[in-house]
Design a protein around this ligand. Structure first.
Ligand code: NAD
Length: 347
């Protein structure tokens, strides 16, 4: 376990098993150097405990990179609650998780992620103040989606010199909270959509609302489109799927889209412009962090718009250095974190 923490650069790992509620939860705190760590709580099924641990460690690291690149005063962390295979009481489970969060005395602020909803955050709030995305604060997904739209506009402008998204074909993988919101905005901008979701009812709903064509979760990789937009879970871009892509751009909300760093090179070799996920999907974190600190809606929107500008700079640097945007963004985030660690140690 320590080897894995070392590999991901994780500072602390907290585990909780509560026999009463059946809670099995992991909180991975990657860094506290820039401030208290913020990161969502994922509540999904895992094939085994090892994959849940791996998910928490990778996601926490991504949150540190995201906060550093967005210049937010937070470190990165992530929580994973393993969805019980037996019937469970959701209220009890979230209460127990709230107690776990509270025991960390503010080092970790939890939020929504795949599988959790605003109502869960309200239950957690009954146990701890260290939570956002409650009913009072709201769902960050529309803000994440706005950031994805900024990133899509910026990527399309850089790649094709187009200012309008009208007529662009986008293949969206996963139309849950973020994906469906992105689909609606793309549809309103005149884009053509192909959508897939492992929950067919969500794909159907999106198809009706946005005049989208439905592909199966497997077919979406072969969809003939301009842009692939991964909004499901991680590692969808890997050795098997990258050769199948029929697009020239990849921009989406999913965390950890690349199975590993070499997937970025594989995309570059195929001439596919890839927008680093931890830059693209920062809108939700920007919302959570800035709202928590009492900033105005206008200030939040303005910060989210900067995602597009940051991508333009990154693409230009990639063009001149021939290094992938992913590698350049990683280097930049790591340098910012290292600097923060040095200041933290010196203080
Ligand atoms: P969600 O659970 O609401 O939606 C994800 C959807 O993807 C689900 O409907 C699921 O059925 C579908 N899906 C999963 N794997 C799939 C596959 N292989 N093929 C097709 N569909 C698949 O989650 P969300 O909140 O919309 O988040 C989506 C992604 O964006 C996640 O990776 C999440 O970590 C990331 N993200 C979300 C936010 C946010 O504000 N919600 C912020 C940053 C990053």
């Amino acid at each position: 376990m320590f080897a894995e923490m070392e590999h991901h650069g994780t500072r602390c790992l907290h585990l909780m098993h509560d026999p009463e509620s059946g809670l099995k939860a992991i909180i991975a705190i990657h860094s506290l150097a820039r401030g208290p760590a913020i990161g969502g709580c994922r509540f999904i099924s895992y094939p085994n405990e090892q994959s849940a641990l791996e998910d928490a460690l990778r996601l926490a690291r991504g949150m540190s990179y995201k906060a550093a690149l967005a210049d937010l005063p937070h470190g990165g962390a992530k929580a994973v609650i393993i969805k019980p295979s037996q019937p469970f009481n959701r209220q009890q489970l979230m209460q127990a998780f709230g107690q776990m969060v509270d025991s960390l005395n503010g080092d970790y602020i939890t939020a929504m992620d795949s599988g959790t909803r605003v109502a869960d955050m309200d239950i957690i709030r009954s146990q701890t103040p260290w939570v956002s995305c409650t009913r009072q604060q709201g769902d960050p997904s529309p803000y994440t989606a706005k950031g994805v739209m900024e990133a899509i506009r910026s990527t399309v402008a850089f790649h094709s010199g187009r200012r309008s998204l009208s007529g662009l074909t986008v293949a969206i993988q996963g139309v849950g909270h973020v994906g469906s919101s992105v689909a609606q905005m793309l549809h309103a901008s005149g884009a053509r959509l192909i959508v897939a979701d492992i929950d067919n009812s969500l794909a159907q709903r999106c198809a009706e609302q946005c005049s989208a064509t439905i592909a199966s979760p497997d077919e979406i990789y072969d969809a003939k489109a301009d842009l692939f937009c991964p909004c499901g879970l991680g590692a969808s871009l890997n050795q098997q799927t990258i050769p199948r892509l029929q697009v020239s751009m990849v921009v989406g909300s999913a965390n950890n889209q690349l199975a590993n760093d070499s997937a970025a090179n594989a995309l570059q070799q195929r001439g596919i412009l890839y927008a680093p996920d931890f830059l693209v999907n920062a809108g939700g974190l920007i919302f959570v962090s800035m709202q928590y600190a009492g900033h105005s809606e206008a200030a939040i929107e303005q910060k989210i718009q900067q995602i597009g500008t940051m991508l333009q700079t990154l693409y230009l640097r990639s063009l001149s250095s021939r290094l992938s945007p992913h590698l350049l963004a990683l280097e930049q985030a790591r340098a910012l974190l290292k600097h923060a660690e040095q200041l933290h140690t010196a203080a």
